[in-house]
Design a protein around this ligand. Structure first.
Ligand code: SF4
Length: 446
């Protein structure tokens, strides 16, 4: 969770005020880390908010909304710890064909740049039966892709006493009929065990994609960050993943300019980037988060130095992303058609989709109708640093239940444009909802 999240929240709330005024009965709830941190400040700054709830009491959201409606005043409720994973909350997903499924909340690590341990508390795992039941219900509704979500997904099981619980969960997902694509984010290198790599390689619907936050390639900086792996371990995991899943696209998160980072430390990060050959990296300039140990550390790096290192890192990663993308040219890939991912699609007469490894591909619009959630087969003809093109004709179109679900939802939306069903999770966006992101920044804490 970073500073611009605060700005985004209050900016969004400002946009929502006139919408609420023009729509009687509309309610606004703010939840999660920011709500936990700002508590009463939110209703002071934005008195049109109905409910503020913390990271631990999402399960009470329906009750709080109802209470706000009946009492006609804002309800602020922050629980200090989670009693049980809120498995029964009704949710409305933004996509008809892809869904996020939480497997745990909180984190047992104490990375010094991160506010999550202070705000979300210890890891609380959801029971495997509840997770699988939710996925099965989603698949029954037409969803064909799920992303398993947690601050540290492969620590999953520590709370329920099973170190191999995450690999078992992946294998169990492999048995769900109709579930075509399984992804997860984010794993922590400390907990990345061989059984997870084996489960990824041996479960056909687990996609050849791994998002694993590096944060820094320097051992002293990793130590100062309290990240308990070292460069050698990180590269060792990458090597094993590449051996088991040769076409895997590996992405990462990197922080530049952590307090005390020397030029030599930064060179170590560049070294790992060269060795790991990430398909993509989400790069961040370190910024102080009040309440984190790193904010109090000596050796804060001047902005100019951080900027210069950041630019070198981005330039190197762009070069590698492009080289790796060029290796895709000539491959025949199955894409799941996506909604709203190609800004220029209309003018270029293309559609967009995601390859199994989550690369974004723009392809020529076929004559026959193709809906988001359907699957097309294409040949890659061109590579740019951040996307691929398939300029030839589409080789095959497979209409799917996910496409049917998208069509059904669209028909319902146009029939009842102002009636959201259930509770929408996530920071609300103004205007057209974004599609599911390719990969979130590690640990979901930005
Ligand atoms: S960065 Fe990720 S692993 Fe580290 S404390 Fe935050 S949530 Fe946990």
């Amino acid at each position: 969770m970073r500073e611009n999240a605060d700005n985004k929240l209050y900016g969004n709330l400002g946009h929502l005020a006139p919408k609420k005024a023009s729509r009687p009965g509309m309610q606004i709830a703010v939840g999660g880390c920011l709500a936990q941190k700002d508590r009463d400040t939110i209703v002071k700054k934005a008195p049109w908010v109905d409910v503020v709830f913390g990271t631990h009491n999402i399960g009470k959201l329906p009750v709080l909304l109802e209470r706000a409606r009946v009492q006609e005043e804002a309800q602020v409720e922050i629980a200090e710890s989670l009693e049980a994973f809120p498995s029964t909350l009704p949710t409305r997903r933004e996509s008809a064909y892809a869904a996020w499924v939480s497997i745990s909340v909180g984190c047992n690590n104490t990375c010094t740049f991160c506010i999550v341990p202070a705000l979300r508390g210890k890891e609380k795992d959801r029971r495997p039966g509840d997770i699988l039941a939710e996925i099965e219900a989603l698949v029954a509704e037409g969803v064909s892709e799920v992303t398993l979500l947690g601050q540290n997904v492969n620590a999953y099981g520590s709370d329920i006493g099973d170190r191999e619980a995450f690999s078992k969960l992946l294998r169990a997902c492999g048995k769900i009929e109709g579930l075509e694509r399984v992804r997860f984010t984010s794993p922590h290198p400390r907990d990345f065990t061989d059984d997870v790599i084996a489960a990824m390689a041996e479960t056909p619907n687990v996609m050849p994609q791994l998002h694993m936050p590096l944060q820094s390639g320097s051992d002293p900086v990793l130590k100062a960050m309290r990240r308990s792996y070292r460069q050698e371990r990180f590269l060792g995991i990458i090597e094993k993943v590449r051996a088991a899943i040769p076409h895997a696209a590996i992405s990462t998160d990197i922080i530049v300019g952590f307090p005390g980072e020397t030029e030599e430390d930064f060179e170590q990060t560049l070294h790992v980037v060269r060795e790991a050959r990430f398909a993509q990296a989400f790069t961040f300039q370190y910024s102080k988060r009040p309440g984190t140990p790193a904010a109090e550390m000596d050796g804060q790096i001047p902005k100019k130095v951080v900027q210069e290192r950041y630019e070198r890192l981005v330039a190197l990663q762009e070069e590698i992303s492009w080289e790796e993308n060029k290796k895709q040219v000539g491959r025949t890939l199955e894409l799941m058609v996506a909604e709203g991912e190609g800004r220029k699609d209309d003018s270029t007469h293309r559609l967009s989709g995601r390859a199994p490894d989550n690369r974004l591909v723009h392809f020529t619009k076929p004559d026959q109708e193709v809906r988001p959630g359907d699957v097309v087969t294409v040949e890659i003809t061109y590579a740019a640093p951040h996307h691929l093109l398939a300029e030839g004709p589409v080789l095959d179109v497979r209409r799917t239940r996910a496409g049917d679900a998208w069509e059904k939802r669209n028909a319902e939306k146009s029939a009842k444009p102002s009636q959201p069903a259930g509770v929408l999770l996530g920071l609300p966006k103004i205007g057209v909802p974004e599609p599911l992101p390719a990969a979130t920044s590690g640990c979901g804490c930005d």
